[in-house]
Design a protein. Structure first.
Length: 255
């Protein structure tokens, strides 16, 4: 039996790099997913706004703000008042997706100054939700609609590469690697329904640096078979592991 898995150790810079890649991928997927949900919602509203009813309104605030050291260098502080029936309302959406660049915000402040009249498109099911320019999104938001799925795919590919390519190594390759002495840190039986397997974690040293590895046996319906492996390799037992000659954080345990 052979296995190769988690070669992480807090003292190993290579292992830390792998966990860093995992974290990067998770953050990339999470942020892209959250941004994607917001952008697709805005895209849906932008499309629906073409059919919204309109009322007259008046701009009550129109100024751009510059941000230093932030994602969007410019944003717009824009609002307008309007009435739906007898209900006075205030909106602040010029175009769905928001503005991010000087050309966009300067166009709004120049063409829609305070006091100017505007045509307001409002959601008949939620009159407080309104927009001045219906049916479109800002260039920045439109670009995000395409980039978010790409970023999610890249995050998934990164996880697959680190886990399946780097950590689940071909066993026939591992058998040819040089061997090093390792010490069993923990051995236990893992169960899933009526199936069982032995799991062994171990540590080893290469060129004065410590690493850890993880062995997972094959699933079996015999609990006794898995127990026998665990009993044969108790904590602190010395054994031999095959270690990648160029990547010592990668190892294979042959039982």
């Amino acid at each position: 039996m052979e296995g190769s898995y988690d070669m992480t150790n807090q003292t190993s810079s290579a292992a830390k790099g792998k966990w860093g890649m995992y974290l990067l991928a998770i953050v990339l997927i999470a942020m892209s997913s959250a941004s994607g949900v917001l952008l697709y919602r805005s895209s849906y509203e932008a499309s629906a706004s073409r059919r919204w009813p309109t009322v007259e309104g008046r701009v009550i605030k129109s100024e751009w703000i510059q941000h230093r050291g932030k994602g969007c260098p410019y944003t717009i502080n824009f609002s307008y008042g309007y009435k739906v029936g007898l209900q006075p309302l205030i909106g602040n959406t010029f175009r769905f997706g928001g503005e991010c660049y000087y050309a966009e915000v300067s166009y709004i402040t120049s063409n829609y100054p305070v006091g100017s009249e505007v045509v307001v498109h409002y959601d008949p099911n939620n009159p407080g939700n309104s927009v001045i320019v219906p049916g479109s999104m800002s260039p920045n938001a439109s670009l995000g609609l395409y980039l978010c799925p790409i970023a999610i795919i890249l995050g998934i590919v990164l996880i697959v590469r680190v886990y399946f390519v780097e950590r689940q190594l071909p066993r026939e390759t591992g058998a040819s690697w040089p061997t090093f002495q390792a010490t069993v840190a923990k051995a236990a039986v893992q169960s899933y329904g009526d199936r069982y397997r032995a799991e062994i974690s171990y540590s080893y040293q290469v060129n004065g640096e410590y690493y850890s590895g993880y062995y997972e046996g094959d699933w079996t319906r015999s609990e006794g078979e898995a127990d026998a492996v665990v009993e044969e390799y108790p904590e602190k037992k010395i054994l031999q592991v095959h270690v990648h000659p160029d990547k010592p954080e990668l190892s294979v345990l042959s039982l």
